[in-house]
Design a protein around this ligand. Sequence first.
Ligand code: SAH
Length: 340
Amino acid sequence: MQWVEIKIVTTEDASDAICEMLAQVGADGIAVSDPFEIARIIEDPDSLAYADEGYIESLGTDVTIKAYFAEFDDGIRLGPKSEEYVDPNGVGMIYGNLSDKTMSVEDAMAFVKARLESIGEFLPLGKGFDGWRYVQDKDWENEWKKDYKSFRISERVVICPTWEEYEEVPGDVVVRLDPGSAFGTGTHETTSMCAKLLDKEVRSDDSVLDLGTGSGILAIICSKLGAQSVEAVDIDRLAVDVAVENCRENGCPDIDCYTGELKSVKGDSYTLIVANIIADIIAAIAPDVPSRLAPGGRFICSGIINTKRGKVEKALAEAGFTIDECHEKNDWLAYICHLT
Ligand code: SAH
């Protein structure tokens, strides 16, 4: 079996109708890249998505649709795959009854093109059909793993993917990680700056809160560096599932991982709070951090892009923090601060 990828470049107005048509003619998968949708997500003030200056403009106005069809020895089997369309008399079948037509790739492509042209009679198609190609049937989900290797993230801490061997040297603190779909491989600048700060800061009497734990990476580092207790919290339930799994893998079942945000954490106070999220959220939570910090406690925060430096520093100062150190890597910042 081989996968055939069709590319269609169109307008926002026509994209829904085209996707509907592709689903009805039997696409096994459809991927839509809509710059208007991306801009809406990035511009949403509640969104965690971040984009560099000029990125939204660089997306242009074309909507790109990629549809995937499986080609078997006898060709491509057209016809709706979804239950929604099985009734040939149903309203969904506006593109005609195709039930189980098998066609050569060339015929199937001509068929899709003809359907596209008929959509073009009543909606602006834009560039339209932009060719087709065979795509390798790779193990997409696992492809990235090839480039994820063991690396030393800080003086003592080594991050090692769960599927890799690592030969420890005395003094190494090895964190085994499978980040799955959660953020936190350790390769991002902000995670690595936090890890370096934690390597210097964590003490055996520390009670730590890792806010925005993602894969659990920073929480596990704290636990392995000997912190007395660690809580790992994330608003994303899937991240928490990944973190639980990684804590288990590292023999740190005592780390308490749960879904939540700063307002809902279990502990009254912590001696060390680390939050690697994004600038706007760090600025927004800053006023609530002091009430969760034990006397003499330290707050490490990162995820801060340097264009938002002023906003975060102002919020930290207003919350009563003094910044002890500011670290910078590429465009990213990390702070460690205490209450004055
Ligand atoms: N700590 C990891 C992951 C950082 S990614 C690392 O350093 O690599 C940031 C994480 O914060 C994401 O998993 C996201 O779901 C979570 N997050 C975003 N907003 C949050 C909030 N207000 N409270 C708690 N977690 C939040």
